[in-house]
Design a protein. Structure first.
Length: 350
């Protein structure tokens, strides 16, 4: 069943259901102006179909801007599967999902996101050719967390250069929310560059990883304590909506630069951050390393080629921060206008 369902500027929103496997999912395609839409599959126990729809619409739009800013030949799309990935995921469900992606004829190419992993994409690929983020054994690139973290690190370097006119993170204090597949390599990179790290995660195993691998990391028991901590850079790397009306005024960091999608609970918060002098690096610019990797997989993955492309996040971030400063707008506005111009130009030339 295909209909607008409140999708606004979205090209296509598809609600999918397979009763035999229990699959309930929504696929949203925001734009194909620059090429086939590309974005991950989020498997999450949403409280309602409405909440799932709101999330997939936001995420697919963010993917369109992310792919445009990264200079990729892809539009933006996203999928959400409604359910508990620990209890509801099965090969039959993933195969059913793959058949729905296949039915779109290449307008949407899927990959991993929260709640889905490389092995899941291998299973989806058994029923669908429009899959990336697969394992190396299945001909894919493997986990994208390493290059996503590298891109965040490069954005941090750009923000540090812009804010403090200095190279590197030596002596900076960085707060990481989420010690997962991006947070872990990001902590490695930050500490390797001389930074000190404060971190948290809801998963006890993730906290134990930090204790075992980086005993000098200061671990706090919840995200709000990290947000309020005395930091140079705050890096939200878990689920979105970390910055809210309730905590925006207590942020002590000079810079926000993290991997999570949709870090601001609503659009108006970037203006409040700007008013407080907090430099917000737009998440869809900062976290593009993962999508750069999965896009490269479609060409026959070359890690060094993908890493070189990801390294360009430094220049892109710095360009956006300078553009925002020169035009007296938020970095989000500057990045959004740049991405929208690229999509509009592609549409006009189609």
């Amino acid at each position: 069943m295909i209909f607008d369902a409140g999708g606004g500027d979205h090209e296509q929103v598809v609600f999918c259901q397979d009763r035999r496997s229990g699959l309930r999912c929504i696929i949203a395609i925001y734009s194909t102006a620059l090429g086939p839409s590309l974005g991950g599959t989020r498997f999450h126990p949403y409280p309602s179909e409405g909440a799932a729809l709101a999330d997939v619409l936001d995420l697919s739009k963010a993917m369109a801007y992310k792919n445009a800013i990264a200079g990729l030949p892809h539009g933006g799309g996203k999928a959400v599967i409604i359910g508990n990935p620990q209890a509801d995921k099965s090969p039959a469900l993933l195969h059913a999902y793959g058949r729905y992606v296949q039915s779109l004829g290449g307008r949407y190419i899927t990959a991993c996101d929260v709640g889905t992993y490389v092995g899941d994409m291998d299973v989806v690929a058994e029923a669908c050719e429009y899959v990336t983020g697969r394992s190396e054994a299945a001909g894919g690139a493997g986990d994208s967390g390493v290059l996503t973290a590298f891109g965040v690190y490069r954005a941090m370097l750009a923000a540090a250069s812009f804010r403090w006119s200095g190279a590197g993170l030596d002596g900076r204090r960085i707060g990481v929310i989420g010690i997962g597949k991006v947070g872990r390599p990001l902590i490695d990179l930050a500490i390797g560059d001389g930074a000190t790290v404060v971190a948290t995660d809801v998963d006890p195993a993730a906290m134990q990883w930090a204790r075992a691998n980086h005993p000098d990391v200061t671990l706090l028991d919840d995200a709000e304590r990290v947000i309020a901590a005395d930091l140079d850079i705050l890096a939200p790397c878990a689920l979105g909506g970390a910055i809210t009306d309730d905590n925006v005024e207590v942020i002590a960091a000079d810079v926000i630069c993290g991997a999570a999608n949709n870090q601001l609970a609503h659009e108006g918060l970037d203006n409040r951050l700007l008013g407080r002098g907090v430099l917000y690096c737009p998440d869809f610019v900062v976290n593009a390393g993962g999508v750069i990797q999965v896009a490269d997989e479609r060409l026959g993955f070359d890690f060094e080629r993908a890493k070189r492309k990801t390294s360009e996040i430094f220049e892109t971030t710095l360009e956006i921060l300078e553009l925002a400063s020169g035009k007296d707008v938020t970095p989000t506005e500057a990045a959004t206008h740049l991405a929208a111009d690229r999509m509009a130009a592609a549409a006009d030339n189609a």
